[in-house]
Design a binder for this molecule. Structure first.
Ligand code: L34
Length: 287
C-alpha cells in the first residue's frame, strides 16, 4: 500500500480563493483593506523565503502587506520602537515578527509588546492564555494549518490518538492544546513526545495520527510508524540535496495511509492561516 499524498499547496490555493472573496466583501462593506505588517530582522535566507511567500499570498488575496526591515545588529529597543509604531497605526491590522530573531534581541519582550488584537501569530501571553482556556482570539498559524489540513482531508481526529513529536512554543505545544480541545478537528487523545522521551519509537507507533515537528531531517522512519497511520510532517530542513521534512518520506509513504509532502505540505497552509488571521484582525477593528 502506498499512502495518499495530502497536497497542502492545492488546499492552500483553494482556501486562498475563499479568503479572497471574503476580503473583497470586507473591503466593499468597510472601505478598509486588511493589512499585514511583517518585521524582518537581519538576512536569514529561510526567513527571506517565508516572508516573501507570505507577502505574495497577501497580494493574491487582496490583503495589503508592509515589510519593515531592521539590520541584524538591531537592539531590542529598536524593535520595540518599531512594534510600538505599528501598534498605533490604525491602517495595520496584523503584525508578524518573523522568527528566529538575532541572539542579542530579547524575544519575549518583543512578542509581549505586540498589541494582542494584532497578534496574528498568537505569541502574546494573553493570546496564548486564551488559547489554553479554549477561547482563542486567533489560532496559531502552523497548528491551525495542521488542523485545517486534517479537517479538509476528511481525517477524523475525534477519539483518535495523536502523537505530536516536538514541544516548541510555535508548533508542538499549541497544537497539542488545540487537538485536545472539544470540537471539530479536535477531541483527540494527545501525547507529546520530545528529545528526552524514552523509547520514542514505541510511542510513535501508538499513533493513529503522527505529527512530526522536531526540526531534524528525515527523523521519523518507517519503523516508527504504525501501518495505516496518518503522518503530518511539519518540518522544513535545508540539506545539501534540497528541502526535506522531519519524516523520511520515501520509506514512510509505503506504510502510512496518508502523508504530507515537504515542500507543498503544511508550509503553504501556514502562510494561508496567517491571511485568515489578518482578515479576522481587520474585522475585529472594523466592528
Ligand atoms: N513569527 N515566525 C513567525 N511566524 C511563523 O509562522 C513562522 N514560521 C516558521 C518560521 N518562523 C516564523 C513560518 O511561517 C516557519 N514558517 C514557514 C512559512 C512558510 C513556509 C514554511 C514555513 C513555506 O512557504 N514553505 C514552502 C517551501 C518554502 C521553501 O521553499 O523554503 C513549502 O512548500 O513547504
Amino acid at each position: 500500500m502506498t499512502a495518499r499524498i495530502l497536497n497542502g499547496q492545492e488546499l492552500a490555493q483553494q482556501i486562498q480563493a475563499e479568503i479572497r472573496d471574503e476580503v473583497i466583501e470586507f473591503i466593499e462593506n468597510n472601505s478598509v483593506t486588511p493589512c499585514l505588517a511583517a518585521v524582518l530582522v537581519g538576512e536569514n535566507p529561510a526567513s527571506e523565503v517565508y516572508v516573501r511567500n507570505k507577502r505574495r499570498a497577501c497580494e493574491a488575496t487582496g490583503i495589503d502587506s508592509q515589510l519593515h526591515r531592521l539590520p541584524a545588529t538591531a537592539a531590542t529597543d529598536d524593535l520595540l520602537e518599531l512594534v510600538k509604531t505599528l501598534n498605533k497605526d490604525d491602517a495595520v491590522h496584523g503584525i508578524l515578527v518573523q522568527l528566529p530573531l538575532p541572539p542579542q534581541i530579547v524575544e519575549a519582550r518583543v512578542l509581549q509588546a505586540v498589541n494582542p488584537r494584532k497578534d496574528v501569530d498568537v505569541f502574546h501571553p494573553e493570546n496564548v492564555g486564551r488559547l489554553m482556556q479554549g477561547r482563542p482570539r486567533f489560532l496559531p498559524c502552523t497548528p491551525q494549518a495542521v488542523q485545517e489540513l486534517l479537517i479538509r482531508s476528511g481525517i477524523d481526529t475525534r477519539g483518535q490518538h495523536v502523537v505530536v513529536v516536538g514541544r516548541s512554543d510555535i508548533v508542538g505545544k499549541p497544537l497539542a492544546v488545540m487537538l485536545m480541545q472539544r470540537g471539530p478537528g479536535a477531541d483527540a487523545t494527545v501525547t507529546v513526545c520530545h528529545s528526552r522521551t524514552r523509547n520514542l519509537a514505541e510511542m510513535t507507533r501508538q499513533a493513529d495520527i503522527l505529527v512530526a515537528a522536531i526540526g531534524q531531517p528525515k527523523f521519523i522512519t518507517a519503523e516508527m510508524v504504525r501501518p495505516g497511520a496518518v503522518v503530518i510532517d511539519v518540518g522544513i530542513n535545508r540539506i545539501e540535496t534540497g528541502l526535506v521534512g522531519d519524516v523520511d518520506f520515501e520509506s514512510v509513504k509505503e506504510i502510512a495511509s496518508a502523508i504530507t509532502p515537504v515542500p507543498r505540505g503544511v508550509g503553504p497552509l501556514t502562510v494561508t492561516m496567517l491571511l485568515k488571521n489578518t482578515l479576522a484582525a481587520a474585522r475585529d477593528g472594523a466592528l
